[in-house]
Design a protein around this ligand. Structure first.
Ligand code: COA
Ligand code: AMP
Length: 631
């Protein structure tokens, strides 16, 4: 059967489609049906089943006689180390950690925050939570103490599992002081912390609160997997919204198991036993779905890579990993390829390695520009597949499903909707627009299994953020169009979210930080085009009359402030001082126009603008910070 047959079969009978997909999962009690719509528009899947994620990701492979297969390969050029963990070892390590957590009072439904770098222990911590029904919330290591504190206050974890440090090229990231700072700042305090001490930096433990990863497991019994309901939350993953308060995306247990497992065969075309590598970070959704859960549920070997595409030590690292570990499918962000291409435009490093085992390269996280795709196609000689998804969906909304049928690739398009997603392009009034016309991209409810049912403790925000604008649809926050063949093109965000090096960031959150500077009266942050990172944040600052510091000093302090409050990952380094911000007569800041000016694009002066002369001032201010070349 081809893609169209399978998509049509899903559309004709979604219930049968998802019940059939569920057969690949091991249940304690199988679901009586797939969709539970009694709380619509909050939909749930397989709610009445009993199941355990860790059992499906680990134990069942050991019981099936595959215990000796490598489950996790840690390849860490930044620490010059490599390590392999078999499924058998993984089962024992996770059961032991889970037992120690349980002995300290972590029970089903309790939250556990995980703040760790790219080490196997991060995946083990996630699985240990799943084993006992605890709900994990992984926080990306590039976020600062304040961001961690915000998440602690929202998730209210009983326990935090962290590492003593992370390793970025050229510097050690001191996780423990960041963690201590976050706990100082947060109102909610965890009962205890578990710290994995790395040899690169051994952290000071707080007596009575902090426990050493190994010492804490001593003398406790390993535990078995706890059956949980299909709609039991597996995790909360915070993602950027329009404000400084991130959205806590919830993932339910059974839907995630079924959907992710389905994608491994049908989207990625990978068989159990094969090596799958998602070069991302466990702190992002790609890391949750495709470093940790999907490959393990499917019985693959997953790679936990602690390094960068370039500089660790050179732009050949990705190709070395593929050759050395026999990677069949690589999944990364276009930024990583742009970084490699910038240092190795002719693909000289690619030629040094045997990539004959590589079957396909998948890209996601940001728009894949046609040039980058063409470069990869030419040098790698395998299908280069752009696919589109979000933290909220947990798996691809649109892709070229290699396991079903390799559809013709259209550059600039992540191809077609996957079964489960009925994608529509709508105008402001919620009417479908014609093929080729831009509109808001919305998905007809219900969303498929594995997607977010709601936000953590925030049903109202869920409805307001995603469902209210277009009744009956989930609003993706992306704008784009569909062509005559039904291929989707994802062009821009409709909200204040920007995408910097494949990392999703909120300009609203940055504005909140800038506004806290004593000399800043008003500010706006926009995303400007960047050839490497896709977008970079740029701040426009209006200073208070009689401001104490010079504009240059304010800019410097603001750059520091964003790094300190949000974290280095915000990559906020560009800012300029302006007298006024361009606004409509009703006071709305014209961010879109500012972005076009900064990117040197053609624009029409908006009819609603309060004072068109301000646009020239914006151009001048950009010139003052050396950004005039783009204008
Ligand atoms: N912990 C601590 N700091 C981190 C971090 C982490 N896990 N990840 C990134 N940072 C820091 C970086 O060290 C950098 O700090 P600096 O300002 O002191 O240099 C800052 O955050 C910005 O990081 P980034 O935007 O990633 O820039 P970079 O120059 O370090 O790397 C790329 C550029 C393109 C090599 C890198 O972004 C990359 O590999 N991107 C791939 C995208 C990706 O994996 N996306 C995940 C979603 S699929
Ligand atoms: P995140 O939640 O971090 O995965 O970011 C999701 C957002 O990244 C989407 O809403 C898009 O704006 C963007 N995005 C992800 N994948 C793609 C893609 N393949 N093409 C274009 N944009 C993408």
């Amino acid at each position: 059967m081809g893609y169209s047959d399978i998509y049509d079969a899903w559309k004709a009978d979604p219930e049968a489609f998802w019940m059939q997909a569920a057969e690949a999962i091991d249940w304690y009690t199988p679901p009586s049906k797939a969709l539970f719509d009694d709380k619509a528009p909050i939909y749930e899947w397989y709610s009445d089943a009993l199941v355990n994620t860790c059992y499906n990701a680990v134990d069942r492979h050991v019981e099936a006689g595959r215990g000796d297969q490598v489950a996790i390969i840690h390849d860490s050029p930044v620490t010059h180390s490599k390590r392999e963990i078999t499924y058998f070892e993984l089962r024992n390590r996770v059961a032991s950690l889970a037992g120690a957590l349980k002995a300290k009072g972590v029970n089903k439904g309790d939250r556990v925050i995980i703040y760790m770098p790219m080490i196997p222990e991060a995946v083990e911590a996630m699985l240990a939570c799943a084993r006992i029904g605890a709900i994990h919330s992984v926080v990306f290591g590039g976020f600062a103490a304040h961001e961690l504190a915000v998440r602690i206050d929202d998730a209210k974890p009983k326990c935090i599992i962290a590492a003593s440090c992370g390793v970025e090229p050229g510097r050690v990231v001191h996780y423990k002081p960041l963690l201590d700072g976050a706990i100082d700042q947060s109102t909610h305090k965890p009962d205890f912390c578990v710290i994995y001490q790395r040899e690169q930096e051994v952290a000071h433990l707080v007596e009575g609160r902090d426990f050493n990863w190994y010492g804490f497991q001593y003398g406790t019994d390993p535990v078995d997997c706890l059956p949980v309901e299909g709609n039991h939350p597996a995790y909360i993953l915070y993602t950027s919204g329009t404000t400084g308060q991130p959205k806590g995306v919830i993932r339910h247990t059974a839907g995630q198991l079924v959907a992710l497992n389905w994608t491994m065969d049908n989207v990625y075309n990978i068989a159990p036993g094969d090596v799958f590598w998602a070069a991302s970070d466990v702190g992002w959704v790609v890391g949750h779905s495709y470093i940790c859960y999907a490959p393990l549920i499917h019985g693959n070997t997953t790679i936990v890579f602690e390094g960068k595409p370039v500089g660790t030590p050179d732009p050949g690292t990705f190709w070395r990993v593929i050759q050395e570990h026999k990677v069949k499918v690589l999944f990364t962000a276009p930024t990583a390829l742009r970084a490699i291409r910038r240092e190795d435009p002719t693909g000289a490093f690619i030629k040094k390695y045997d990539l004959s085992g590589l079957q396909a390269l998948f890209l996601a996280g940001e728009r894949a520009d046609p040039d980058t795709i063409k470069w990869a196609q030419e040098h790698l000689g395998v299908p280069v597949i752009d696919h589109w998804w979000q933290t909220e969906t947990g798996w691809a909304i649109a892709a070229n499903p290699l396991g079903i049928e390799e559809l013709p690739v259209k550059l600039g398009s992540p191809s077609v909707p996957m079964p489960g997603y009925d994608v529509h392009i709508l105008d402001e009034g919620g009417h479908e627009v014609a093929a080729g016309q831009m509109g808001a991209i919305a998905i007809k409810l219900p969303l498929p299994p594995g997607t977010l049912p709601t936000l953590w403790n925030a049903d109202d925000r869920f409805l307001k953020s995603y469902l209210n604008h277009f009744p009956g649809y989930y609003e993706t926050g992306d704008a784009g169009y569909k062509d005559e063949d039904g291929y989707l093109y994802i062009m821009a965000r409709t909200d204040d979210v920007i995408n910097v090096a494949g990392h999703r960031l909120s300009t609203g959150a940055m504005e909140e930080v800038l506004a806290s500077h004593p000399d800043v009266a008003e500010c706006a942050v926009i995303g400007v085009a960047d050839t490497l990172k896709g977008q970079l944040p740029m701040g426009f600052l209006c200073l208070n009359a009689g401001h104490e510091r010079s504009p240059e000093e304010v800019i410097k302090e603001c750059v520091y402030l964003v790094r300190d409050q949000i974290g280095p990952v915000a990559a906020f380094k560009l800012a300029c001082v302006v007298d006024r911000l361009p606004k409509t007569r009703s006071g709305k800041i014209l961010r879109g126009t500012m972005q076009k000016i900064a990117d040197g694009e053609e624009f029409k002066t908006p009819a609603t603008i309060d004072d068109p002369a301000i646009l020239d001032e914006i151009t001048d201010a950009l010139g003052r910070i050396g950004y005039a070349k783009k204008v």
